[in-house]
Structures are given as C-alpha cells and as structure tokens.
Write a protein that binds this ligand. Structure first.
Ligand SMILES: Nc1nc2c(ncn2[C@@H]2O[C@H](COP(=O)(O)OP(=O)(O)OP(=O)(O)O)[C@@H](O)[C@H]2O)c(=O)[nH]1
Ligand SMILES: [Mg+2]
Length: 198
C-alpha cells in the first residue's frame, strides 16, 4: 500500500490554522454521513478520523500527514440540514476559502452514497469543483449495501451524471472493496501522474 505512515496534524476551524503545505495534498469531500472519515480510517489502517452514525461528526478541516510528505484533508459534510444555519454558512465559507487557496492539491475525492439516487447537492459540488479546475475522482461509497445487479445500474447512473470526472472508484469499508485501487490512485495523484487513470 502507498500509505504507510499516518499522523493527525491539525483540526482547522479557520484558514489561519491550515498547515504549511507539503509536497502534495488531496481533499475528501461529500455529503454528511457518506463515509468520508470511515474511508480515511480504512485507508490508514487505524481509527484516527472520528466517525459516527449521526451526521455532522466532522466540523472542521482535519489535516492528516501521510508518509511524512503529503496531506489528506477530511472535510465536514455538506447538506446536513439539522445543524444551525450559521454553522452551515461557516463551513461553506471555510470550504470555499480552502479551494481558493494556492495549495499543492492534486485531486479532490468526491464521495457519493451508492444507496440513493444521484443527489442535486452532489452534482452542485461536482460542477463547482470542475469549474475551479479541480481533478475530481468520484467515489461511490457503501457498495456492500447493494446487490451486484443494482450496483451495476447505479454505477451507470453515476458515470452519466458526473461526466468529466477523472475516474470512478466504488468502495466499501466493510468489505474493503476498492480500497487498493483508491490507494494506488492516491499514489498516482501525489506523484503527479493521475492522468494514467481511466
Ligand atoms: N454499510 C456501510 N456503512 C458505512 C460504510 N462506510 C461508512 N459507513 C457508515 O456510515 C456512517 C457515517 O460514516 P462517517 O465516516 O462518519 O461519515 P462522514 O462522511 O465522515 O460524515 P460527516 O463527518 O458527518 O460528514 C457510519 O455509521 C459508518 O459506519 C460502508 O462502506 N458500508
Ligand atoms: Mg466525517
């Protein structure tokens, strides 16, 4: 596996708390509860990102240092209606600021829940990231919840909806399906040859 050393670096509630950039960085974004933090823990092989069955667990940008040279950033989820509007606005502002900063960001991994139809909030996030010139990898999550035939159909829908993505990387943290592929995609991104992906 590419990731062999992980360290929690900082829990950033504002731009001033973002760490000094390293050689490369990737962001993990998606709706609340889609499985961002769980996926990072599975990639890391240890539970250092906080997860919860209650949406809204991650409330700031959490920077993890991997292999001493790169950052992985765990984002707060968007689309969580129950949190206070002022708090949602604050997260939205922080997310926007992050993407407007010059950082050595190689790619953004946009996680989408494979169990539900394509969501307009996910499409909105995708289009916004593409408009900023981001390399976006779409990661359908929780695929253990679908039968094989349902999954095939869902993946076709997702590919059609998110045209312009660098690649589609379905995963399950329960079965570990797709994790190796994701890990090697991360390696390619960090080394700057992510174009070799399909
Ligand atoms: N069945 C199944 N459940 C999963 C999978 N990945 C995550 N979950 C569950 O989904 C829930 C949310 O997971 P988190 O990783 O906390 O989600 P998050 O996207 O970080 O959520 P926020 O921090 O609120 O934005 C938890 O109950 C996880 O156990 C998966 O691959 N399969
Ligand atoms: Mg989280």
């Amino acid at each position: 596996m590419f990731i062999n050393e992980v360290e929690f670096e900082v829990d950033a509630h504002n731009v001033n708390a973002f760490p000094t950039p390293l050689k490369g960085e990737v962001a993990f974004v998606g709706r609340s509860n889609v499985g961002k933090s769980s996926l990072l823990n599975s990639l890391f092989g240890k539970k250092i990102a906080k997860t919860s069955s209650t949406p809204g667990k991650t409330r700031s940008l959490i920077f993890f240092k991997i292999n001493t040279s790169y950052h992985l950033v765990d984002f707060p989820g968007y689309g969580y209606a129950k949190s206070a509007k002022s708090e949602r606005n604050r997260w939205a502002a922080l997310i926007e600021e992050y993407f407007q900063l010059e950082r050595p960001r190689r790619a953004t991994f946009l996680l989408v829940d494979s169990r539900v139809p394509v969501q307009s909030s996910d499409l909105g996030a995708f289009e916004w990231l593409i408009s900023l010139g981001e390399n976006v990898f779409v990661v359908p999550t929780k695929i253990d919840k679908l039968k094989k035939s349902e999954l095939q159909k869902k993946l076709v829908d997702i590919r059609n909806a998110f045209g312009g993505a660098n690649a589609f990387l379905p995963v399950s943290t329960l079965t570990r399906h797709g994790l190796k592929n994701l890990d090697s995609t991360l390696r390619n991104c960090m080394r700057g040859d992510w174009n070799e992906q399909e």
